[in-house]
Design a protein around this ligand. Structure first.
Ligand SMILES: Cc1cc2nc3c(=O)[nH]c(=O)nc-3n(C[C@H](O)[C@H](O)[C@H](O)COP(=O)(O)OP(=O)(O)OC[C@H]3O[C@@H](n4cnc5c(N)ncnc54)[C@H](O)[C@@H]3O)c2cc1C
Length: 533
């Protein structure tokens, strides 16, 4: 059996950061296991997002159980299965969330997770290339390059003007002191390349002789000696291996796979595990519970004015033109973030921070079995959702076989508040799109459609059409209550030598996308492990 100081399972947003920081000290030997391949030809190119959304070569391609409040549909749950994890297949928007998100975690009893505690880790992680952000909030020399496209696209500049007309201000840095407002999406894109954690953390760290990265390595079971986690059993192309950890094992498989691995290892709800014939090693009822995600309807608009949308601009030789621009390093849709414009808005008076997110895509697309394709109609999309939904679901294994997909149940829209914010967010998107600045674009609303206006009509449309925004969190939640899985230092309650570090530890959803917070969690975990508080 090979022995390392640390074993990190999962080379995604968080796991790559953990492995990078732990292996900075040449005296630490670190093994990083990743179930997916080292790379994919579409993973470096931003437009590859569309090519990897339904691609089994780099994606676990999970789906939910039928959802009552999604018209009985099974919802797609893509997850990166590649070095870089979901950061290698995601939409590349860089959003930290609100200071209040982290202060809430601290108020729930998680010492060391208030905004002033996590801000140094957000700063340490990034190299933000723009001048807008102040150094009080932004980092300039971390591994992850973050850029800020300018609103040069006439369609998106028009939406910014329309939002301003209805009182939503332009915000030059929504990751700075204030989140409110509309802005071009900050992006994990640099030059023409996606800045996944594989590119930012692992490519430089791979040169270190004390870091061993094994791809195609599926962790199947944690090894326990009494209360202590001593290592892991894994397979590479079906061949069994074991590795032992002198100091710690860090599980960073993400919100779906981390609870799956704990359950496969006998850590979880005792009754559930026994029913599947798994020996119970540690009864921990919170494993797999508290699943939270964003459930987002997409409002859709036809654009009558010619030449504005990407549908128009990629017609005929347009796609060749965009490809040439990409190859020459000029701004191109090939190097664009998936939703390049976003607004953080308040859906009612009296809130002290935004509670809904709107994200614009300057084109219409249709989902096909192999992924999204550009629609023949010319138009644009705006998704709109509650940022901190109250509804929770769960994820649990369906069998003792590590290759079987777990069962995922979201329970979206289980509360009236979630419904109300979703409907209000849709209506704010419509109000912006109907503002005077938009008139020259000759818009026609096709989703939900002008005939649908009451709360019931809109929520019915939401249930029929909404999808997740691929932000599952919370299934190994951090806290002190009986349903918490890890403590504030991310150590699994009741066990030694085992931490979980990824999006699954979030006790509540963050106000925005989840890649930046997941990388911060990886940085934070390494900080706890190394005693850097
Ligand atoms: C299609 C898509 C679009 C998204 N768009 C955005 C966006 O624009 N902006 C944003 O901020 N967020 C976005 N997200 C969400 C964000 O990328 C994730 O929240 C974040 O990457 C999660 O990080 P993580 O470390 O928790 O898990 P992941 O990054 O998913 O990493 C988990 C890793 O563990 C590996 N693994 C799992 N189980 C095992 C096992 N048993 N053995 C070995 N390895 C294992 C996986 O293969 C994976 O590499 C998107 C996600 C997706 C899928």
């Amino acid at each position: 059996m090979d022995t390392y100081d640390f074993i990190v399972i999962g080379a995604g947003s968080a796991g790559a950061a953990v492995a990078y920081r732990l292996s900075e000290n040449p005296e630490h030997s670190v093994l990083l296991l990743e179930a997916g391949p080292p790379s994919h030809r579409w993973a470096d190119i931003p437009i590859g997002f569309a090519k990897l959304l339904k691609n089994p070569a780099a994606n676990w391609l999970y789906e939910s159980e039928p959802e009552d409040n999604a018209d009985g549909r099974r919802l797609a749950v893509p997850r990166g299965k590649i070095l870089g994890g979901s950061s290698a297949i995601n939409g590349m928007a860089f959003v930290r969330g609100q200071a209040q998100d982290y202060d809430t975690w601290a108020q729930l009893g998680n010492r060391g997770w208030g905004y002033h505690d996590v801000l140094p880790f957000f700063k340490r992680m990034e190299s933000y290339t723009q001048t807008e952000g102040t150094d009080d909030f932004r980092g300039r020399s971390g591994p992850v390059r973050v850029t800020n496209p300018r609103p040069s696209d006439p369609l998106l500049s028009t939406v910014i003007r329309a939002a301003e007309q209805i009182g939503i201000p332009h915000n030059p840095d929504y990751n700075g002191s204030v989140q409110d407002g509309i802005a071009m999406s900050q992006a994990t894109i640099y030059g023409r390349r996606r800045m996944s954690t594989a590119a930012c953390y692992l490519t430089p760290a791979a040169k270190r002789t004390n870091l061993t990265i094994v791809t195609h390595a599926l962790a199947e079971c944690l090894l326990l000696d009494g209360r202590r986690c001593t290592g892991v059993r894994y397979t590479v192309h079906g061949e069994a291996h074991t590795a032992s950890a002198r100091r710690e094992v860090v599980v960073s498989g993400g919100s779906i796979n981390s609870p799956q691995l704990l359950e496969l290892s006998g850590i979880g709800q005792a009754e559930r595990l026994r029913a599947l014939g798994i020996e119970v090693r540690h009864d921990l009822p919170g494993v797999g519970e508290n699943l939270r995600d964003h459930f987002a309807p997409r409002t859709r608009w036809l654009v009558g004015a010619k030449g504005y949308t990407l549908n128009d601009r990629t017609k005929g030789l347009g796609l060749v033109y965009q490809s040439l621009r990409y190859l020459l390093g000029a701004p191109s849709m090939m190097a664009a973030v998936a939703a390049p414009l976003r607004a953080f808005v308040r859906t009612r008076e009296g809130l002290d921070a935004p509670d809904a997110l709107l994200g614009w895509v300057p084109m219409l697309s249709e989902m096909r079995p192999r992924g999204p394709v550009i629609s023949k109609q010319s138009g644009m999309t705006c998704y709109a959702h509650a940022m901190r939904p109250e509804s929770t679901g769960h994820i649990h294994i369906a069998s003792a076989n590590p290759s079987d997909p777990p069962k995922i149940q979201f329970n979206f829209l289980a509360t009236q508040t979630d419904e109300n914010i979703t409907v209000a967010a849709v209506n704010i998107a419509r109000t912006i799109m109907r503002a005077p600045a938009m008139r020259p674009l000759e818009l026609t609303e096709i989703g939900p459609g002008e005939a649908l206006n009451t709360h019931d009509e809109i929520i019915d449309w939401v249930k029929r059409t909404a999808e997740t925004t691929y932000h599952p969190v919370g299934t190994c939640k951090m806290g002190n209550d009986p349903m918490a899985v890890v403590d504030n230092e991310l150590k699994v309650h009741g066990l030694e030598g085992l931490r979980v570090a990824d999006a699954s530890i979030m006790p509540t959803q963050v106000s925005g996308n989840t890649n930046a917070p997941s990388m911060m969690i990886g940085e934070r975990a390494a900080g706890w492990i190394l005693g850097n508080r």
